[in-house]
Design a protein around this ligand. Sequence first.
Ligand SMILES: NC(=O)c1ccc[n+]([C@@H]2O[C@H](COP(=O)([O-])OP(=O)(O)OC[C@H]3O[C@@H](n4cnc5c(N)ncnc54)[C@H](O)[C@@H]3O)[C@@H](O)[C@H]2O)c1
Length: 504
Amino acid sequence: MSGRENIVITGFMGTGKSTVGQLVAAKLGRRFVDMDDVIEERFGMPIPEIFKRHGEAIFRTVERGLAQELSTQSDLVIATGGGALVPVEMRDLMGRTGKLICLNADKDEISARLSETDNRPLAANWEALFEQRQLAYAAIPNQIETSGKTMEAIVCEIVAMRDGRIQVRTPVGGYDIWIDEGILRDINRHVDGLGLHGHVVIVTNETVAPLYGEPLASRLPKADIIAVKDGEEYKTLETVSALYDEMLALGADRNTTLVALGGGVLGDMAGYVAATYMRGLRLIQAPTTLLAMVDSSVGGKVGVDMPQGKNLIGAFKQPEAVLVDTEVLETLPPLQWRCGMAEVIKHGLISRPALLDPEMWETENLVNLLRDAIQVKVEVVEEDPFEQGIRAHLNLGHTFGHAIEKVTRYRVPHGEAVAIGISKAAQLSCNRGLIDKQLVEKVVSTFERIGLPVDIDLEPEAWYAAMSTDKKWKAGKSRFVLLKGLGEATVVEGLPKEEVLAVL
Ligand SMILES: NC(=O)c1ccc[n+]([C@@H]2O[C@H](COP(=O)([O-])OP(=O)(O)OC[C@H]3O[C@@H](n4cnc5c(N)ncnc54)[C@H](O)[C@@H]3O)[C@@H](O)[C@H]2O)c1
């Protein structure tokens, strides 16, 4: 097959596959194929009639044959029937020559959409079918949440996915996240594409500078590098002040672009410099740890620590672009990889169950893993850019985790503390009847498989006391993010102390 890979749009009935598919095809100038329409044409009757006269098995056989035909072609936008990609062999077949994209919608929205049409043979018992198919849909590498979004936004997301980009809408405009292997080698094109000609200052640290800083600078016509000391203990106003001095010495002005190259510590601190130096410079985030890629580089929160606590000084600073280069992960120490995976699993638990599938963690799926995990963060920050509501879900397990860090004086790395914290949050959710035991076991076994701890020997009272100083607890009233299902989180306030102690 030559040409570009097909775009295959699937999802439950009522998620808008056909309408979205047509719009994507029109936008990209490609041919659109609605598989159900083709099958109706071939039988010469509507689908409910095919089911009645020939039965579902015959329908599925014809559907499989059509999938085989379409998989030998390229450049198509295909909308499948809702059940077409439920069998794994159908996903494998269509995935060989196509990018599989699953549209999701919440039950209320599906119910409303289904009431508008009677051309769906399986609609009568749709809720049971919805549950049955969830695992199969979750296994599709690219997921799009459609609830509450305009058609235009959904189409943009799909078009961006096609060229390895995720678009982020912010209160002040928007930016793209580019995810690919070797993307930093192309920095010049990105800087040019953004219209950012001129002076670039790459802010990085002493570990990352020799690995990626110098090669990056050599690809830009006018770039300087500043390397700060490596470590959370240097994420301070003193380092920020030293950065201001060096930038002034280098003649950085309002036309300078700052590239933040490093993990979350560096990205937060350099982002803060970009937010404040001469009232704001343009910023490109170039995250180099898994955690920074899937979490800290997206969403605009930047800042530094104070002796009194972490991230107490900061700002919201949206970047011009985020460049996620999978190549840089080759040098990431295994511990940092595992710690980043704790956040990836968190994203899976609050929104994208597919991220819990070990197949997704394989090297060949790295771009998909990153895209899905980043997409979760994007959806949350788009809905709640200033952390007033749903962004709290990103704190799943963090109340327990931050307290572990505090009690152990940061001897337990953040990602490990988060894995333990999420396991505790899952147990607490189960004890409250929000989730079943199987899900708790799934959470625990997932972390164990990654090599992350799920428990720690801490004195419960000390652990609880450290949690109660959490800035989200108001007037001593506890506040936890818990699970209410796989892919769903909820905030619960005022939990009795005994209930929390029971899981510690
Ligand atoms: N802004 C946000 O929304 C947000 C969200 C989550 C976390 N954070 C912040 O992120 C920070 C943690 O970030 P982190 O986990 O990335 O830690 P980190 O930045 O300290 O990086 C971990 C270590 O890996 C090294 N490193 C980075 N990239 C490397 C590479 N490609 N190869 C080899 N070594 C590499 C770093 O130099 C460092 O020693 C915390 O300060 C936290 O507060 C911010």
